[in-house]
Design a protein around this ligand. Structure first.
Ligand code: AKB
Length: 340
């Protein structure tokens, strides 16, 4: 009998940290992680098995299949938007080929143990592409199926993988004699920029907000690479982790889509600066706009419509901008930098 486990790829990243801590508190499942690098010791101590390797290594995935009974996958491994623009081919390999490998792995798992594998996939507001600032301003809260014309490699990768996941879930091998779809139960949360008190993001374009906060907490000056009026949606990491778990536990029959927007707050960069300087007196935040990275932010929506997530699986974020800072970011970050 193979041991039932949850598989988390890219477990060493920002979402992985929060997710592993949260899953461990539930005490319900054994966790196997797959990441290119070793996990930080406090996180590694929470998992049952840590595998150092690549999602592109199919033999490694086959060995995993032979050893464990995987019923739930959190496929978090990805190269983010800024990084992907410098290495688009590597981004395609990791973000698309890696995801395809994992979808095939999940399909084979489900065939071998006879139960659908829930496949959780974090997508992103990067799947959107608003052509002009005027259209961005006029668009308001963007719905899942509108404005999906991404301009970044990462956005293209995420959008295509959302569709691949939908294909595996609903139409896989639709011409085969025996029905084969539905074995992968693909569920995707389209995340805004995520802000964690525990970890620093790397390689993203929404990084200016968490960078401002962490720099202020560390007593360092920070030059933001966007304009003060740059506006996209953000979410505190605990709400992001909760969204993934909540969607993974939702009854299949209540889900009307495979990809869901989620939203929490959408401050301008200047509004983030103001909250940060109120919290960390003396914080030095100035503007040094990188027109190209700002250009990417300008194509992402100022806000998203998450009514489908609220209706289908009860999504309701705990934190707005003020409470994210007051109740989560400031106390946790202060403690973190005081300990360093
Ligand atoms: C990025 O900036 O690339 C990510 C994202 C918004 O998906 N944080």
């Amino acid at each position: 009998m193979r041991k039932p486990v949850v598989l988390i790829t890219g477990a060493g990243g920002e979402i992985g940290h929060g997710l592993i801590e949260r899953l461990t508190r539930q005490h319900r499942r054994s966790i196997v992680t797959l990441d290119l690098a070793r996990l930080a010791p406090p996180i590694a101590s929470l998992v049952d098995r840590e595998i150092t390797g690549s999602i592109l290594d199919r033999q490694l995935l086959e060995r995993l299949l032979a050893e464990y009974r995987v019923e739930l996958v959190f496929h978090l491994a990805a190269l983010l938007s800024t990084r992907s623009e410098f290495t688009p081919l590597a981004a395609h390999q990791v973000n698309v080929e890696g995801t395809l490998n994992l979808l095939e792995f999940a399909q084979h798992e489900a065939e071998s143990h006879g139960k659908p594998v829930i496949f959780m996939y974090p997508s992103s507001i990067a799947v959107y592409g608003l052509p002009t600032l005027q259209q961005k301003d006029a668009a308001g809260k963007v719905r899942e199926d509108d404005w999906t014309h991404p301009t970044t490699m990462y956005g293209c990768n995420k959008l295509y993988c959302e569709q691949l996941g939908h294909y595996y879930s609903r139409h896989y091998k639709q011409l085969a004699a025996e029905p084969a779809s539905g074995r992968v139960d693909f569920r995707c949360v389209r995340f805004p920029g995520l802000i964690s008190a525990q970890t620093m993001p790397s390689g993203g374009t929404s990084d200016y907000a968490p960078e401002m906060i962490h720099a202020a907490a560390a007593g360092e000056a920070y030059e933001a690479f966007v304009r003060p009026d740059a506006r996209i949606p953000f979410m505190a990491m605990p709400d992001g982790v909760e969204a993934l778990l909540q969607l993974s536990e939702a009854p299949r029959e209540s889900l009307t889509r495979t990809a869901y927007n989620v939203a929490a707050f959408n401050p301008s960069a200047e509004e983030v600066r103001q909250v940060v300087t109120r919290a960390f007196t003396g914080a030095e935040i100035t503007w040094q706009v990188d027109a190209k990275r700002q250009g990417i932010i300008d194509t992402w929506p100022a806000d998203v419509d998450d009514s489908a997530a609220r209706r289908d699986w009860g999504f309701a974020p705990r934190y707005d901008l003020e409470s994210a800072f007051a109740d989560y970011l400031i106390p946790t970050i202060r403690e973190r930098y005081a300990a360093d």
